[in-house]
Write a protein of this length. Structure first.
Length: 278
């Protein structure tokens, strides 16, 4: 799972849905007022796929209730869908829909699901568009310290004292392989050493990824987390720490400062972290 499937409040549920939509490349906002023939209506989350030809609009109702959502809520939501011109409607809740509500949504463009099911629905897109690019980008700078050929690094290395050269060598031996592999995440590729072919498969669950991929890349590290977002945070922290350790040996970065990579779409604003910004 990407995040905790049982958020503490409806606000947490709303912002969690918004964040996942943004991570996969949609524009998304919470508590949005939309005009209808009967006046203004407030929706919990509005998401727009700005890269799609028809700018597909998602309207989301979030219910962090202690019981399943009844059919009456679906009735009201159907009206909102019709009057706002949304393409897809999602009712995301802690315990899903009651049976009558489920039957009512059949053959409609409304889908009811739990927050866990929502995360599962979008996990592959989140993994490919957000998790892997974030890791790959973060590994790009420390990779320059550990890659086989780098003139700037080699020249700076020669100017180090023998003691600092020994420190550098130890850092490189400890972190070279993990950083190299993590840099490949941007290309969804890993070494055949991992026995996963040449592609980094979308993991079925967190334990599988830890045991079958990370255990081979970083056998000296235990990754303590319960969600993939938690794993992303600590992997990014690890890469930042590796870079900082190398920088400290040289009194600062030895590489030219670069602007963050900006991925721009034809119809949307630039992305610096996989999130659309207004």
């Amino acid at each position: 799972m990407i995040d905790d499937p049982l958020p503490n409040s409806w606000q947490d549920l709303q912002t969690g849905v918004q964040r996942i939509f943004r991570n996969v490349g949609l524009y998304a906002d919470v508590e949005v007022d939309l005009e209808t023939p009967r006046g203004s209506v407030n929706v919990d989350v509005l998401a727009v796929d700005v890269r799609s030809v028809d700018k597909i609009r998602y309207v989301v109702e979030c219910k962090n209730w202690g019981s399943a959502v009844p059919q009456s809520v679906v009735h009201s939501f159907t009206t909102v869908m019709q009057e706002t011109g949304a393409n897809i409607g999602l009712i995301i809740s802690k315990h899903g829909l009651q049976q009558g509500a489920v039957r009512y949504t059949q053959n409609t463009n409304i889908v009811g699901m739990t927050y866990l099911e929502f995360q599962q629905r979008y996990f592959e897109a989140w993994w490919k568009r957000y998790f892997c690019p974030r890791i790959g980008d973060a590994a790009d700078r420390p990779l320059q310290y550990v890659e086989e050929f780098n003139t700037d690094r080699d020249n700076a290395y020669e100017r180090l004292s023998r003691r600092d050269q020994d420190k550098f060598d130890r850092l490189r031996r400890a972190n070279g392989r993990p950083v190299m592999f993590m840099s490949m995440f941007n290309y969804m590729a890993v070494s055949t050493v991992l026995n996963t072919g040449t592609m980094l498969d979308v993991p079925a669950n967190l334990s599988e990824f830890k045991n079958h991929v990370l255990a081979k890349i970083t056998p000296h590290i235990e990754w303590h987390c319960d969600t993939f977002r938690g794993l992303l945070d600590i992997m990014l922290e690890y890469l930042a720490d590796v870079e900082a350790d190398f920088d400290a040996l040289f009194g600062g970065s030895i590489f030219e400062s670069r602007e963050p990579i900006s991925r721009v779409t034809a119809d949307g604003p630039p992305l610096d972290d996989g999130i659309y910004h207004r």
